[in-house]
Every structure is written in structure tokens, then in C-alpha cells.
Design a protein around this ligand. Structure first.
Ligand code: SF4
Length: 159
């Protein structure tokens, strides 16, 4: 068998391992964070997807979940925490506020997290239901299996 066969199999195996061991870091600021708590609790049980190890240290997390209203004052903290996460890393924005400011078109409310950090999956709703967040986690799992993430240098270079 060729060397390429083993390399592609190894890449698949690494992707499979990442897919079932996502460690979420919640950047929860408002009511959507309550819905996130519901998603990790026993009724919805995201441990079925290997994503139950919630971490509040960015160095131990590879999936940031931004849940809630983001103000301009919070942006430097958000960017710093994202920068501290090791690659590969994924970002889910949960709720209309994090996606686009939602109903808060005000002087202090940021109008979309993707203007500051790369976002992989958007979950709209006010708040989105836990099933919608689980669907987003499954999408991230598929990206992890393929070795893709929007913050990757390769993608950033491609523009
Ligand atoms: S989208 Fe709705 S539920 Fe979520 S943080 Fe904004 S106002 Fe709260």
C-alpha cells in the first residue's frame, strides 16, 4: 500500500477523534446562555455528541459558543479569548443578538460577531431551541471530520 493511503487514513482518524471530542467554551452574556445550559443538561444531553466537557479556559477548548448580546466593550475580551484557543478551533454564534445584534440596534451593541472573529455556524432565533444548537454542533462535527474551520490560515489566505 502507498504512503498516501496511510496519510489519508491517519488524517481521517484524527478528524474522527476531533469530531467526537469537542470541548465547548461558552461565551455567554445574556438569555441565550440559559438555553445553552439547557442544551448541556440531561434532557438534551450533548454528551451524546462527545461535546459535554465544557471548559472556561480557552487553552482547553476548541469550540467557542457565543451566546447572547455582545457589546462593543466586550469585543477586545472576545477576541483575546478566541486568540488563546489552540487550533483547530470552531465558533458557533447562538441567537439573533450574537449573529447580528438582534433587536438591539443601539449605540452600545455590536451588530455581528463575525465582524470580529471567524464564525463557522450561525444559529438564529430568540432564543434558538437546544435542538438548533445540537444541529450546529453536528455541523461542526462534520467540519472537524473534514479538517475544516473558518479560522484556518489556509481559508484566511484564500480570502
Ligand atoms: S437572541 Fe433573544 S434570547 Fe438570545 S440573547 Fe438576544 S434577546 Fe436574549
Amino acid at each position: 500500500m502507498s504512503e498516501g493511503f496511510f496519510i489519508s487514513k491517519l488524517e481521517w482518524l484524527i478528524g474522527w477523534g476531533r469530531k467526537y471530542s469537542l470541548w465547548p467554551l461558552p461565551f455567554g452574556t445574556a438569555c441565550c446562555a440559559i438555553e445553552f445550559m439547557s442544551s448541556v443538561s440531561s434532557h438534551y444531553d450533548i454528551s451524546r455528541f462527545g461535546a459535554e466537557v465544557v471548559r472556561f479556559s480557552p487553552r482547553q477548548a476548541d469550540l467557542m459558543i457565543v451566546a447572547g448580546t455582545i457589546t462593543y466593550k466586550q469585543v477586545p475580551v472576545l477576541k483575546r479569548i478566541y486568540a488563546q484557543m489552540p487550533e483547530p478551533k470552531w465558533v458557533i454564534v447562538m441567537g439573533n443578538c450574537a449573529c447580528s445584534g438582534g433587536i438591539f440596534d443601539t449605540y452600545s451593541t455590536h451588530q455581528g460577531v463575525d465582524m470580529e472573529i471567524p464564525v463557522d455556524v450561525y444559529v438564529t432565533g430568540c432564543p434558538p431551541r437546544p435542538e438548533a444548537l445540537i444541529d450546529a454542533i453536528v455541523k461542526v462535527q462534520e467540519m472537524a471530520q473534514r479538517g475544516e474551520w473558518h479560522g484556518s490560515r489556509k481559508r484566511q489566505k484564500a480570502g
